[in-house]
Write a new protein. Structure first.
Length: 293
């Protein structure tokens, strides 16, 4: 979530044309629609930094005119007597500097996070980790890459960053506050155990959802493809998908100790072929059940 000041209650979503709709969770109102300057694709990287929402292409391309944008508030420049004038708009920002370097080969961003509440870090294999500040300036953090898979979140109550390991896919923690160009951050601890019931399936997606009061939900989607033979002898490919939701509480093992994850409850759901709507429904229902217990 993002928004002005200390109270962050805005969420945003964009369609295939880049049309963005913002919803205020606190006020239960829909803001005016604004449009991205350039569509970023369905696998774009997005995160809240300061009062704004940043979106960058998963694979920044040199031929793009606008691979990075920020949804910012600019009400001070609006006519106070005309409520139809938008107070939020997408601002074009400079792409990562390595995109402009000679010989750059399009490479996807492998991991990203927010550090210090004002900087977004992105990691690209064989290139390194770069930081973009709320002022829009880029700097290189180091030649190393973040040991996460996709997004990692800073958890204030744990004083640590949580994300899924790029090596084993399990939830892990680490401290990025001491990272430097020479000192690569290392995984502090692995907080999950391998799920034996998932053997034979491929882990396709993992999500970490904060439920408040140091409670979390881990959602992992598993897939398996196999050939199905009909009575008539026809062979066609079939996919089986299920998701495991695990609720847990995070705390520190004593003052200044290591993070400890206490498993609360786990639910497994088979997912019929209902696409994104089906996955969203299962996710919402399971998270609600885990919050109630």
């Amino acid at each position: 979530m993002f928004g002005r000041g200390e109270k962050k209650s805005l969420i945003a979503g964009a369609d295939e044309n880049g049309l963005t709709v913002m919803y205020d969770l606190a006020q239960r109102t829909v803001h005016n629609q604004v449009c991205l300057n350039e569509h970023k694709g369905i696998d774009a990287v997005s995160d809240a930094v300061g009062d704004s929402l940043y979106v960058i292409e998963r694979t920044p391309l040199l031929r793009r005119h606008c691979s990075l944008e920020a949804l910012v508030y600019d009400g001070e420049q609006c006519n106070k007597h005309d409520e139809s004038i938008l107070e939020w708009h997408w601002r074009r920002l400079e792409p990562p500097p390595y995109v402009l370097a000679p010989g750059y080969k399009p490479t996807p961003i492998s991991a990203y996070t927010v550090v210090g509440g004002s900087d977004i870090w992105i990691s690209t294999p064989d290139i390194g980790t770069y930081s973009n500040t709320s002022a829009g300036t880029w700097s290189k953090v180091g030649k190393w890459v973040l040991p996460f898979r996709n997004r990692a979140d800073y958890i204030p109550e744990c004083n640590s960053w949580l994300g899924f390991s790029s090596r084993c896919g399990l939830l892990c923690s680490m401290d990025l506050s001491t990272a430097s160009e020479r000192d690569k951050p290392n995984v502090s601890s692995v907080l999950e155990e391998v799920m034996q019931e998932c053997q034979g399936y491929i882990l396709s997606r993992s999500y970490l959802v904060r439920l408040g009061s140091a409670r979390f939900c881990v959602a992992k989607f598993f897939e398996k493809e196999y050939n199905h033979v009909t009575k008539e002898g026809y062979v066609y490919s079939q996919r089986e998908t299920f998701v495991i939701f695990t609720g847990f509480v995070m705390d520190l093992d004593g003052p200044g100790g290591l993070l400890r994850m206490t498993k609360h409850e786990s639910r497994r759901y088979m997912i019929p072929d209902m696409g994104i709507v089906g996955i969203g429904w299962v996710f919402a229902r399971a998270t609600k059940l885990l919050c109630q217990n």
